[in-house]
Ligand binder design. Structure first.
Ligand code: NAD
Length: 293
């Protein structure tokens, strides 16, 4: 069993770290919020009071942090220069492709083995160990990381070289943001047309309008079991996070001169949602804004 440093024990990181503990690994966790570290400790993890305390002696370092600047800062300040050559570094955060490639290059120069491995599947996937991992980095490092990823996820895909995991993630989430807005518009129009939304769900779930956003995460309550709409839009995946990912997608789109007009419109609508004070709610709560509530 490996000694693992896990940095970033938030909504996603904590359940992922708990799954590694449950699989028998020695997980030393660190987060800026002490209660998150205590929550890991309560499940059999080890408490680190500094990031260095987690990293020292670790064969594997896993990070699950909010954004690119946090990832850069943790690796450059707390990991590089401390971890010996050959240490496996797995960044599961969703960040910009350029930062992912830059940090991986610096890791490579120090003889460290790094992959970017962002995830899809939300907090339910993190708790259930059913996440999808999209991995960027060398094949040999992917193979080395796979046994750990398999504990936390059900689908592990090697997407190519460094940064390609992040590229897959932002393309996926841009599609999700656009799909969710489509579902919100369809269900709002159904309500106004006097069509029972339960009937629309029953029909579209088996028709060409079907999408994950509708059948697994329907923004109308009572239709999809695990949807945030059933919890008054308490965040599984927050509006802030969706805006972040749509902004990463637009930055990348501009960099490579891709045409993404719907991605651009989705970012605008989610920005309005966040700026109206709903950023901490689930992203699917945007249906209230679409309804004009
Ligand atoms: P979160 O805000 O709940 O957790 C982030 C954690 O990182 C916090 O506990 C914070 O205290 C900690 N942190 C920040 N800076 C730190 C530092 N320097 N050292 C140690 N800890 C630090 O966010 P989350 O929902 O867990 O998301 C984490 C990442 O996963 C994000 O990049 C997000 O885009 C991505 N993601 C989230 C979801 C989701 O459904 N929540 C799904 C897929 C991907």
């Amino acid at each position: 069993m490996a000694r693992i440093a896990f940095i970033g024990l938030g909504n996603m990181g904590l359940p992922m770290a708990i799954n590694l503990v449950a699989a028998g690994h020695q997980v030393h966790g660190f987060d800026l919020t002490p209660t998150q570290i205590s929550a890991l400790e309560a499940k059999g993890g080890r408490k680190a009071t500094t990031p260095m305390g987690a990293v020292d002696g670790a064969e594997v370092v896993i990070t699950m942090l909010p954004a690119g600047q946090h990832v850069r800062s943790v690796y450059e300040t707390d990991v590089f220069g401390r971890s010996p050559k050959g240490t496996l570094l797995i960044d599961c955060s969703t960040i910009d492709v350029a930062t992912a490639r830059d940090v991986a290059e610096k890791a490579g120069e120090l003889g460290l083995e790094m992959i970017d491995a962002p995830v899809s599947g939300g907090t339910a996937g993190a708790s259930g160990g059913t996440l999808t991992f999209m991995v960027g980095g060398p094949q040999s490092v992917f193979e080395k990381a796979k046994p750990y990823l398999e504990i936390m996820g059900a689908t592990i895909v090697h997407a190519g070289g460094a940064g390609n995991g992040q590229a897959a993630k932002i393309c996926n989430n841009m599609m999700l943001g656009i799909n969710m807005l489509g579902v919100c518009e369809g269900f709002t129009m159904a309500e106004k047309l006097g069509l029972d939304t339960r009937k629309l769900f029953e029909i579209s779930a088996k028709s060409s309008g079907q999408s994950w956003a509708m059948t697994s995460y329907c923004p109308v309550p009572g239709l999809a079991e695990s949807a945030a709409s059933n919890r008054d839009f308490a965040a599984g995946f927050s509006g802030n996070m969706m805006l972040k990912d749509l902004s990463l997608a637009q930055d990348a789109s501009t960099d490579v001169n891709a045409s993404t007009p719907l991605g651009s419109e989705a970012r605008k609508l989610f920005r309005d949602y966040v700026e109206s004070g709903h950023g901490d709610l689930d992203f699917s709560g945007i249906i209230k804004m679409i309804r004009g509530e």
